[in-house]
Write a protein that binds this ligand. Sequence first.
Ligand code: THU
Length: 158
Amino acid sequence: MQKTLTINYQEYESEQELNATDRELIAAARKATEGSYSPYSHFSVGAAVKLGSGDIVTGSNQENLAYPSGLCAERVALFTASAQTGKGCEVVALAIAAVDSNGKAAEASPCGACRQVMIEQEQRQGKPLRTLVALDDGRVREYNSAVDLLPFVFDAEL
Ligand code: THU
């Protein structure tokens, strides 16, 4: 039987349509691109997570000559937040921004591995993790839950 899956997300024409908290988170993600180590892709990605405490933790992509050893900005930020806050870290929102080799704004839609980590963070905290992706033309895409980014997620009872 043919079935159809619908994914929910919102898009804003500009950051100005967002509230001050979300604008601040995107600004933190954009600033975090400056910490990117990306000599191979020349693609700088920054991520900023807003914790339940109100704190913001940032990360950027860190590459390595042995390519798979590098890590995306999203996982650097999420793992840093978890490592620094210990048990019970709640991530309310994750913002992502990127710039290309010409310093121009670029779109970084989270990769599959990051989506898997985002959804486990969401499951762990029992509350949705909102994602904001700054697009290359000034628009912002928003997902209310990591579930919308990864349908049919691996979810074994171990
Ligand atoms: N990258 C991220 O850090 N986040 C994304 O959402 C997409 C891709 C990184 C991985 C690699 O360092 C570079 O961007 C190019 O793929």
